[in-house]
Design a protein around this ligand. Structure first.
Ligand code: MTE
Ligand code: HPA
Ligand code: MOS
Length: 773
């Protein structure tokens, strides 16, 4: 027994990520590190080289002739249903039969003795097809009369037309907002091991093991109980592994069953980038009416997204864009419409923020437009439009904003970042600096927490206490670097009052917790933390009952405290107590469950309470641009972010920093570019620029709003943190916009599309200078 009276890794403490040392020493095991059974085969995808075509057939004789090739898999080899659409729309074949729908679409797989052989052989296919006209982006798709991949959403409150007509000022605009590649360190991978009868075990880098299980079963034509999907950890997911692993899991499983050998599939980075979906890019048309003080009176918006060839998650993604097109602002009259456009590109998918960031960019652009039109500091326009009390607290989807803390949060950041004085200095600097120009922007975030698909807001956990007092923790969430497992283990340690190290964190597997949701929507800890706590409480209730019985004390006399159990005047070590409970035949294992209360959503009406609560934050960024080259750098960023009562401030700060940088990358240097043939030309780090360590803000002050507490009953009153701070990167975009605007004396809001690459900054400067001349 330890003699200290505290436990390690209690809730709200800065405990290290449980795998931190393993991550940095390279000892953490990923799917590719699992020891391969003798005879393991390797699969690789063969892909299309046209964007749209009628497919007549594949001649794979040259592929099969390559020494070391064991065979190929085509659509004809699918034993069950040839579909991996995550929403059951039946619009996403494993391999197509009669139509190619994007450049780089997987058409078949080669299975060979080594990955290198499979990869080289895949190039030797003869694809017999007749090209068709293609539409690559949402505007071209609309012009070509392409359909929506799923029904559009409309959110409406008040009377938009009357509101616009009555407003003294009106601005119409359009912004295009680019997509983003996930660029996880570990790419997609699946490793399948066949078992007897129908059985197959698939190790797969996935945020959604239950979905991979379901898809493999569907494709194999077997019940879900024949398929086990496991993942210990991912080297990043960022939404890209919520549905995109389906293809790899299905191919590995099909091949494993066909050849009766273990099969691994791991695309190289180029194929990972071309064959799997990314963040949706949007073309957003907006119209905003406002009074002379900058108060918004009406907002209309149409959000057209490049969804790619299939629906995938584009319905809920484009919905979430509308849910966040208000960001933090009250729109008295509003009508927002989504246009989820089918295009001949890879099917776009979940990415941190799940469409929300695109909506927030539009809101912030409108604020900037109003600020330039009324000649105000954009921060004042922001503040004037924040959600407020009754009468100014309804969102476009009719949810009441009850927990708004932005007034305080933004004021505190404004002070600590010294925003006003620095803005004054920057205005003076710009007046005297012909080439280098500075900009500063302070932007807020309000992000809705919960899956908008209400049924997804459930979770399960399985906790065992072994009779030596050691604890085995399992839950339905997946670890992708965000620290979910650490936080859930902290909750369990705290509830049992034992040291963190006593808890074994285990791989996520469909065998232990069934029917799980994706670890997504930032709700991993909210859901799985509660489910694990529920399991612990069940075991503790049995233990208390046992103690009352054995030691003849009332329940109030039994206390779990710092690795000990206090029963009346008796003090036992946790281990000794558990041993006694085991000998008395107390059940020391429990399955926990949780479902989020209060939420409901009627998509047809566009009304409800899709979100349990909101997470808030704000960032203030300062940039310098070079108006001769368009190059820039971020001089300083200050962040104040709300995570409620943090379960682990160190991990939460890490999430805030990482999300900010990823958001900044999205809006600055990360540019996806397709050529006219529909071929993605930015398909490797050589042509697609994510932020480097040297791109981080020179001064970077990140703080959590330590006074915040979730007013809803979440796990330990914490708030979700994974996605909301991604949108703090918008402060960099708007700071760049201000620096650009300075070349024309801030007379107009620069037309700046995202990402604001150096080229775009230079072009915007050029346009303004020519306009001014
Ligand atoms: N952090 C790391 N290190 N790696 C990731 O892949 N994914 C993000 C975020 N933070 C991600 C991450 C996304 S998209 C989501 S939805 C959440 O983590 C998911 O985890 P959570 O619900 O446990 O926060
Ligand atoms: N967020 C993230 N992933 C999702 C959602 C969501 O709202 N809905 C379905 N998958
Ligand atoms: Mo995150 S985009 O919800 O996986």
């Amino acid at each position: 027994m330890k003699d200290t009276l505290t436990i390690t890794g209690a809730a709200h403490s800065d405990h290290n990520h449980d795998s931190a040392v393993k991550h940095v020493t390279g000892r953490a095991n990923y799917t590719d590190d699992i020891a391969m059974p003798e005879g393991t085969l390797h699969a690789y995808l063969g892909v299309s080289h046209v964007a749209h075509a009628t497919l007549h057939g594949l001649d794979l004789s040259e592929v099969l002739a390559v020494p070391g090739v064991v065979g190929v898999l085509t659509a004809a080899d699918v034993p069950g249903v040839n579909d991996i659409s995550p929403t059951g729309r039946n619009d996403e074949p494993v391999f197509p039969t009669d139509r190619i729908q994007f450049h780089g679409q997987p058409l078949f797989a080669v299975v060979a003795e080594t990955r290198d052989i499979a990869r080289r052989a895949a190039e030797r296919a003869c694809i017999d097809c007749t090209p068709l006209p293609h539409a690559l982006d949402p505007v071209a798709a609309q012009e070509a009369g392409y359909p929506h991949v799923t029904a559009p959403l409309k959110l409406e409150r008040g009377d938009l037309d009357a509101g616009l007509a009555a407003a003294k000022n009106r601005i119409k605009g359009r912004i295009t907002v680019g997509g983003q590649d996930h660029m996880y360190l570990e790419g997609h991978i699946a490793f399948a091991i066949p078992g007897e009868d129908d059985d197959v075990i698939v190790h797969c880098s996935t945020q959604h093991p239950s979905e991979a299980q379901h898809m493999v079963a569907h494709v194999l034509g077997v019940p879900s109980n024949a398929v086990v999907v496991n993942v210990r950890r991912m080297g990043g997911g960022f939404g890209g592994k919520e549905s995109q692993m389906n293809l790899f899991a299905a191919v590995a499983a099909m091949a494993a069953k066909k050849w009766g050998q273990a099969v691994k599939i791991r695309p190289d980075r180029d194929q990972d980038m071309t064959a799997t979906g990314k963040r949706h890019d949007f073309v957003i048309d907006y119209e905003v009416g406002f009074d002379d003080t900058g108060r918004i009176e009406a907002v209309g918006g149409t959000f057209a997204a490049r969804c790619g060839f299939s629906s995938d998650l584009s319905g809920p993604v484009t919905d979430r864009a509308l849910f966040h097109a208000d960001n933090a602002y009250f729109y008295p009259n509003v009508r927002l419409t989504s246009r989820p456009m089918k295009t001949n590109t890879v099917s776009n998918t979940a990415f941190r923020g799940f469409g929300g960031p695109q909506g927030v960019v539009a809101a912030e652009r409108m604020i900037e437009e109003i600020a330039y039109a009324t000649g105000q500091d954009p921060l004042d326009v922001r503040k004037a439009n924040f959600y407020g009390n009754e009468g100014r607290d309804l969102t476009p989807y009719h949810q009441q904003v009850e927990d708004n803390i932005l007034d305080r949060l933004v004021s505190e950041l404004e002070e600590s970042a010294d925003y006003r004085a620095r803005r004054t200095e920057i205005l003076a600097y710009n007046a005297g600096s012909p080439v280098l120009k500075k900009g500063i922007a302070l932007t807020p975030v309000k992000f809705g927490i919960s899956f908008t698909a209400t049924w997804y807001n459930q979770a399960g956990a399985l906790v065992h206490v072994y009779n030596d007092g050691s604890i085995h923790l399992n839950h339905g969430g997946t670890e992708m670097g965000q620290g979910l497992n650490t936080k859930v283990a902290q909750v369990v340690a705290e509830a049992f009052q034992v040291d963190f190290e006593r808890i074994k964190i285990t791989k996520t597997t469909t065998e232990k917790v069934p029917n799980t949701s994706a670890t997504a929507a930032s709700s991993g800890t909210d859901l799985n933390g509660m489910a694990a706590l529920n399991a612990v409480e069940q075991i503790k209730a049995r233990l208390v009952e046992f103690a009352c019985d054995r030691w003849a004390v009332p329940p109030g006399a039994v206390r779990f405290e710092a690795n000990r159990v206090l029963i009346g005047d008796e003090v036992l070590s946790f281990d000794a107590f558990i041993r006694q409970a085991y000998l008395a035949r107390v059940q020391l294992s429990a399955a926990g469950f949780y479902k989020t209360p209060k939420i409901h959503w009627d998509r047809d009406k566009g009304q409800g309470r899709p979100f349990y609560y909101y997470a808030y934050g704000a960032a203030c960024s300062e940039v310098t641009i070079d108006t001769l080259t368009g190059e820039y750098r971020v001089e300083r960023t200050d962040i104040l972010h709300d995570v409620g009562r943090s379960l682990n401030p160190a991990l939460d700060k890490g999430q805030v920093e990482g999300a900010f940088i990823q958001g900044m990358g999205w809006l600055t240097t990360e540019e996806l570019w397709w050529d006219d043939a529909g071929r993605l030309r930015t398909h490797a780090p050589s042509t697609y620029k994510i932020p480097l360590a040297s791109d981080r803000p020179r001064v970077f002050n990140v703080n959590l709003a330590d006074w915040s507490e979730n007013r809803e009953l979440t796990i330990k009153r914490s708030k979700a943190v994974g996605e909301p701070p991604f949108m703090l990167g918008i402060s960099v975009f708007e700071a760049l916009s201000m620096a650009v605007a300075s070349v024309a004396d801030y007379r107009e809001c620069p037309r700046l599309d995202a990402p604001a690459t150096p080229e775009r900054v230079l072009m915007a400067v050029d346009r303004l200078r020519r306009g001014a001349a």
